[in-house]
Every structure is written in structure tokens, then in C-alpha cells.
Design a protein around this ligand. Structure first.
Ligand SMILES: NC(=O)c1ccc[n+]([C@@H]2O[C@H](COP(=O)([O-])OP(=O)(O)OC[C@H]3O[C@@H](n4cnc5c(N)ncnc54)[C@H](O)[C@@H]3O)[C@@H](O)[C@H]2O)c1
Length: 349
């Protein structure tokens, strides 16, 4: 089987924790080169995974003709420059979220990749979670009726860490919303097939002293007419939040705990009303069982992400998480920040 030869830029963070292990499982991927900020660091990663080349700069990695594609998982401020060079060197690109510090930079990258004829995907790996795929199937089958309300939550505990790029606006472009909320917004749009048209948000730094938000709550309107709610926090302990996903329609609901995150786990419950002529009941019985457990075979989202983009490169299959979707999500985030500053609802265009 032909394999995509991958180079990884910024190999020591999430790449080492999750994506490279997923890449090692993928049948159509071959990890060929890694780059880190020092040669010693890059060598350590290369040795760990048995990789042929290791570099302390992206130029040498990108100059290798045998590399077909790069996975860029460096801090956000480095994304734009590295993705520009990768496209100019005709490497297909899987770029972590957010695409760049601003949507202007993200749009430039998309235009460049088109003109250089390279494929450009974003790191929305949660789309590949078996439960999220199942939820999308159920919603599109119409089983939940008209979707009226959705919610997604992603939080962690993230106190001040000296020198941390994520806690500096200049290096990250934003805090809990830009870093984690983007996955939630993407999932609601992905599962429902609807697009956000308006957002009303509150963002702020309530607990810590860094210059990005540690708290964000968004109310959104979708083009389907549904309403949605996303909350993303850096100030809720990891064991205090289940990172809930909730989809409600006129005929039922999907309620999930623990599916939004880096491990493909959690549980998802489905409730569907089989009564076509549902009437008002003053008793408002909620039932006891909370729904039927949805069955799905769980795997590794990062492996699926790499294999999927590999199939696009090798076989021309549709890019499942295109960069254009990440750009549109980042536009929503920028509108949310504006909404919070101006204390009003913003239309997303
Ligand atoms: N999809 C996911 O599951 C997921 C999870 C976490 C982070 N991310 C994204 O991945 C990216 C990196 O986040 P992280 O958590 O791995 O951060 P991190 O700080 O843990 O790791 C970043 C790595 O990049 C290296 N680095 C620093 N400057 C660099 C440069 N100029 N060029 C190349 N490498 C450089 C660092 O040495 C470090 O090893 C961000 O865009 C983040 O949003 C995605």
C-alpha cells in the first residue's frame, strides 16, 4: 500500500502526546521527519518513534522532496509562517487549530494552498469520534425531529504557568474560547449540518491573571433556526466537568458525557419519542432511564484523522475537516469577542 510520508513540525507537544501515536497506528502513514526547537529535543522524539530525519528548523524538513505532507502542531503564533513555507514547498498540510492568530491570516493560507495546489486540513479531530459520527447520522436521519437546541462544553484547569504561550494573547490569539471552544462550535455545526449566523457572547478573565480569557459563554443562532450554547473554561477543575454534548429536537435528544476531549471515550444516550401526536402533559414526566445507550465501536480519533487526510492525498477523497471550516469557526470566535466587548449580538457573515 502506498503511504503518505509525513513530517511533523512542533513534534514535542500534542504531536507526541496524541497525534504521532495515532499516526503510528495509521495504515497509510509513514512518519519520516520531525522538527523541534532544538536538535536534542527533535532527536529524542525521532528515537522514540524510529524516525529517519530530525531537525531544529522547519526549512530543512520542508526541503526534503520525499516528504509529502506536514502536520503542524507548533504554538499558534508560528502556524502562519510555517504553513506558508510548507505550501510554497508543495507539502500537503494538516494544521492544528486555530489556523492562525487571525482570520485574515487564515484566509491568506487557504488562498495560498489553493494556488500552490496543496490540500489543507484542520485539526478538528473530534469529528472522527465514533459517537459524534453516530450523532450526525441520527440528526440527519430526522429521528430527533426539528433541532431546536444544542450545547457543547470543554473545560480544563489551567493556572498561570510562567512563559506559557497559550496564556499570552500575542502568541495564542485568544484563551479558552480560541483554544477549546473552537472544537465545541465545530462539533455543533458538524453534527447538526447547520451554520452559525449570529452570536452573543460573554468572555473574560475571572480567575487567573493572564491576558487571555479563562471563561467564555456563547449563545448562537443557526441558519436552521436552532439555538446553541457553548462554554469553554480554563478555570474549572478537570474532574468537575463532564464536557457535555446535548442535542435536542422536537422528537428527542442525544445527551453525551465525556465524548468531547482527547480520548475517544464517554457515553451517549438517545431518547426518541415514538408518539407522532404528542400532547401537552401537566405531569411533565421526564422518565427515569435517561435514554438508550448508543452503540459505536470506539477507536483512536488521531489515527482516523491522519488516515482520512492520507486518503485525500493518495486517493483524492474529500477532505473531511477542511481548513475552510476552521476559518469559518474562527470567524465566529472573532464575532464572539466583538460581542463581548460591545455587549451586543453580532451577525456572522
Ligand atoms: N487537536 C488536539 O487535540 C489539540 C490538543 C492540544 C493542542 N492542540 C493544538 O496544537 C498546537 C500546539 O499545542 P500543544 O498543546 O502541543 O502546545 P505545547 O506547548 O504543549 O507544544 C508545542 C510544541 O511546539 C514546540 N515549538 C515551540 N515553538 C516552535 C516553533 N516555532 N516551531 C516548531 N515547534 C515549536 C515546543 O517546543 C513544543 O514541543 C496548538 O495549535 C494547539 O491549539 C490541538
Amino acid at each position: 500500500m502506498k503511504k503518505v510520508k509525513w513530517g511533523v513540525i512542533g513534534a514535542g507537544g500534542i504531536a507526541d502526546r496524541r497525534t504521532i501515536p495515532g499516526m503510528m497506528l495509521s495504515q497509510n502513514a509513514e512518519l519520516t521527519a520531525v522538527m523541534e526547537v532544538t536538535k536534542e529535543f527533535a532527536d529524542r522524539i525521532a528515537e522514540k518513534y524510529g524516525v529517519k530525519y530530525s531537525y531544529d528548523n522547519e526549512d530543512d524538513l520542508l526541503a526534503k522532496p520525499e516528504i509529502d505532507a506536514v502536520y503542524i502542531a507548533s504554538p499558534v503564533a508560528a502556524h502562519y509562517g510555517q504553513a506558508v513555507k510548507a505550501a510554497q514547498n508543495h507539502k500537503h498540510i494538516l494544521l492544528e487549530k486555530p489556523l492562525a492568530l487571525t482570520t485574515r491570516e487564515g484566509a491568506e493560507l487557504i488562498a495560498l494552498c489553493e494556488s500552490e495546489n496543496v490540500l489543507f486540513a484542520s485539526g478538528f479531530m473530534m469529528r472522527y469520534h465514533a459517537y459524534h459520527q453516530k450523532a450526525k447520522e441520527i440528526v440527519s436521519s430526522g429521528a430527533l425531529g426539528q433541532i431546536v437546541s444544542m450545547r457543547a462544553q470543554l473545560t480544563c484547569w489551567y493556572p498561570e504557568i510562567a512563559g506559557c504561550w497559550r496564556q499570552s494573547f500575542a502568541q495564542s490569539g485568544g484563551g479558552s474560547l480560541m483554544d477549546m471552544g473552537v472544537h465545541c462550535i465545530d462539533l455543533l455545526q458538524f453534527i447538526s449540518g447547520a451554520k452559525v449566523t449570529g452570536v452573543s457572547a460573554m468572555t473574560g478573565t475571572k480567575t487567573f491573571s493572564y491576558d487571555v480569557e479563562d471563561s467564555a459563554s456563547l449563545l448562537m443562532e443557526f441558519d436552521s433556526g436552532a439555538f446553541g450554547y457553548v462554554d469553554a473554561h480554563f478555570n474549572i477543575p478537570d474532574n468537575a466537568a463532564q464536557c457535555r454534548l446535548e442535542i435536542y429536537g422536537t422528537k428527542g435528544s442525544i445527551l453525551a458525557d465525556g465524548t468531547i476531549g482527547q480520548a475517544e471515550g464517554g457515553q451517549m444516550l438517545l431518547t426518541v419519542s415514538d408518539d407522532d401526536d404528542l400532547e401537552y402533559s401537566a405531569i411533565q414526566d421526564r422518565g427515569q432511564n435517561g435514554g438508550i445507550a448508543i452503540e459505536a465501536v470506539l477507536g483512536n480519533m488521531y489515527e482516523k484523522e491522519i488516515t482520512s487526510f492520507g486518503n485525500s492525498i493518495l486517493n483524492g477523497e474529500k477532505v473531511e475537516a477542511p481548513a475552510s471550516d476552521a476559518l469559518q469557526v474562527q470567524k465566529i470566535v472573532e464575532c464572539a469577542y466583538q460581542s463581548s466587548r460591545e455587549r451586543r449580538m453580532i451577525n456572522v457573515k
